[in-house]
Design a protein around this ligand. Structure first.
Ligand code: ATP
Ligand code: PRP
Ligand code: MG
Length: 214
């Protein structure tokens, strides 16, 4: 496309991006929660949105299938960020990555340097680096969702997952025992597109920057 393609995931990122798009004068013509369309037009004939899985956003932008995208820092750490320019922290979809265990589990004992712990997570890179920095041997079990279930059914001792209100942990009799890092979503830009289409992309980037809430 000679115009701009923006990759967004539906759900919280799409919802929280709407005000930023509005600041750039962009209004989607469909709601991805209601439509099955994966390419959504906007009021601007030169701007389209593509609806992707949250964890796929960096890939679409890296390969230039989208010029811009919005992705959580969790997703960007796991992806590695190759080929991506990350000019803005948008301060949306804020949460943290935590280690959590069943209430009553002796995490202090289980996470002594030299010990071995079984951890279920979608975030294998973040988890591997975290436990390596503590000198704890970790057996990682890769999951794609519902991480909170794993300690309840004996799949793992601990999980590494996102926590926001803590409601999901509480509902499942788990507790956060360590904060690893804080997360918010970032604007990602294809590096080549920024050179070739700068006059189109820069005003959108600037409008987003002006609309970021502290
Ligand atoms: P995928 O489709 O890749 O498995 P997902 O369906 O979990 O991801 P979302 O739940 O929409 O996708 O999460 C998108 C991003 O929003 C995450 O990468 C994270 O940065 C942030 N996020 C996830 N959960 C929360 C939460 N409970 N509160 C605030 N931000 C969150
Ligand atoms: C995310 C995350 C946690 C939950 C934490 O799940 O994976 O399970 O939010 O938020 P809380 O601390 O406010 O409860 P999400 O709602 O995205 O559901 P998902 O399993 O479909 O990703
Ligand atoms: Mg989620």
């Amino acid at each position: 496309m000679s115009g701009i393609t923006i990759a967004l995931s539906k759900g919280r990122i799409f919802e929280e991006t709407l005000p930023l798009l509005a600041a750039a004068g962009i209004t989607p013509t469909d709601d991805p929660e209601k439509s099955r369309k994966l390419i959504i037009g906007t009021n601007r004939p030169d701007v389209q949105l593509v609806i992707v899985r949250a964890s796929d956003t960096p890939t679409y932008v890296q390969y230039g299938a989208a010029d811009l995208g919005i992705a959580g820092r969790d997703v960007l750490i796991e992806h590695g960020g190759a080929g991506l320019y990350q000019p803005l922290d948008l301060n949306i979809a804020r949460c943290r990555v935590c280690v959590a265990v069943r209430k009553g589990f002796d995490y202090a004992a289980a996470s002594q340097p030299g010990s071995r712990i079984r951890v279920a997570t979608k975030y294998t890179k973040i988890a591997r680096e975290h436990f390596a920095s503590k000198g704890v041997h970790v057996d990682l079990i890769k999951l794609y969702g519902s991480m909170e279930l794993a300690p309840l059914v004996g799949l793992s001792d601990a999980i590494v997952d996102l926590v926001s209100t803590g409601n999901t942990l509480r509902a499942n009799n788990l507790e956060a025992v360590e904060d690893i890092t804080t997360i918010s979503s970032r604007l990602v830009v294809n590096q080549a597109a920024l050179k070739v289409k700068r006059e189109l992309l820069q005003p959108v980037i600037d409008a987003f920057a002006g609309a970021v809430k502290p």
